[in-house]
Design a protein around this ligand. Structure first.
Ligand SMILES: CC(C)(COP(=O)(O)OP(=O)(O)OC[C@H]1O[C@@H](n2cnc3c(N)ncnc32)[C@H](O)[C@@H]1OP(=O)(O)O)[C@@H](O)C(=O)NCCC(=O)NCCS
Length: 321
């Protein structure tokens, strides 16, 4: 850290918080007015998720001007019965006129240093490639985003059930599959509620259709889908598809997903880094040539303890922004 700059933790009442919100608005506020964006930030900061470990950090100079800021939130890596605490780093922003002077690096080095005793790993999805984080010791892992364009005229099969879920029902459905082998990076219940709150905020401000979360089930196979208001997309939040599920069941599930998106005027359905979904989606491509599928890679960045291999980690985190 340079002599004159200082790393501080700020809460919603701090003068610097207003400045941080202004910087975030300039980058990520497009859909909302400045007042709505400020309200969004105030509401998100008062969720249980944030209150139980969320922190806002700012790098300030000797006149208390904010040079860089970010947020950190708790996350866990579950490996069988071993639960490891980690930290998500998000909303890293440096005001335009202050960029390329090393402030983001200075901020992140300070935050990691301040938090190092408490966490086994750090995690983020980078919007700017691997360079900034690579220099800080992070490793980039490919993150696959699969988009299914909703362009086919398909009907849901007769055995389909579509349930609209509230936050509690979604959590219950996600619980069904929580006991699985492997090393899983997954959001906490408070984290999922945080997403609900954000969805609610966009819903209220943008007045979009009251779409929320859906469970689609065919036999014992199901998908949990959530609507992301920020990006107007239906996201696959979670799935449980039996290894021996018939291709007819899988096709029915996918057709229903696409139909649901069409019903709500959405252009695509997205799944992030859902490794287990990959083979089923490939299967769908063969079954339904009208469905167009695109894949995009984006670095997911992990800074892990040495005994964890990023290749072993399965991620159940689909809607991080
Ligand atoms: C990304 C951002 C935070 C970087 O801030 P900064 O203070 O300019 O970064 P630094 O000066 O500490 O740069 C550190 C390294 O990251 C690289 N870097 C910085 N911004 C970058 C960008 N937009 N794309 C790719 N690499 C970038 C720099 O080249 C530098 O590498 P070098 O030292 O080898 O030249 C800033 O550009 C910003 O606020 N962008 C908009 C918000 C955003 O996209 N945040 C997401 C972060 S995941």
């Amino acid at each position: 850290m340079s002599k004159t700059n200082q790393l501080i933790r700020i809460d919603a009442n701090a003068r610097e918080f207003t400045e941080v919100v202004r910087h975030r608005f300039a980058e990520w506020g497009a859909a909302l007015s400045p007042a709505q964006f400020t309200r969004r930030e105030e509401r998100l900061i008062s969720t249980d998720f944030y209150k139980n470990g969320g922190k806002t950090w700012a790098l300030v100079n000797d006149t208390n001007e904010v040079l860089a800021s970010c947020e950190t939130d708790p996350i866990f890596l579950q490996h069988q019965s071993d639960r490891r605490p980690g930290l998500v780093i998000a909303s890293v922003v440096v005001p335009t006129q202050q960029r390329k002077r090393g402030y983001a690096s200075e901020l992140l080095r300070g935050v990691i240093d301040a938090e190092s005793g408490r966490n086994d790993f750090y995690f983020l999805v980078s919007e700017v490639g691997a360079q900034l984080y690579g220099a800080l010791g992070f490793r980039a892992c490919p993150l696959e985003i699969m988009s299914i364009a909703v362009n086919s005229n398909c009907d849901a099969g007769p055995s389909l059930r579509v349930l609209e879920l509230n936050a509690d029902e979604t959590l219950r459905m996600l619980d069904i599959q929580s006991i699985r082998p492997g090393t899983i990076l997954s959001p906490s219940r408070e984290h999922i509620r945080w997403h609900w709150e954000r969805t609610q905020i966009y819903h209220e401000f943008l007045g979009s259709a009251p779409l929320s979360c859906f469970g689609l089930s065919v036999g014992s196979n199901f998908l949990v889908l959530g609507y992301d208001f920020k990006f107007s997309k239906l996201m696959i939040l979670s799935n449980q598809i039996a290894v021996d599920a018939s291709s007819q069941d899988i096709q029915e599930l996918w057709n229903a997903t696409i139909k649901l998106a069409r019903l709500h005027g959405l252009g695509s359905v997205e799944a992030w880094h859902a490794r287990r979904l990959r083979s089923q989606i490939a299967h769908l491509e063969n079954l339904n040539p009208q469905t167009s599928l695109s894949r995009e890679d984006m670095p997911m960045i992990l800074d892990l303890r040495k005994d964890l291999d990023p290749a072993d980690i399965e991620i159940e985190y689909q809607c991080w922004v």
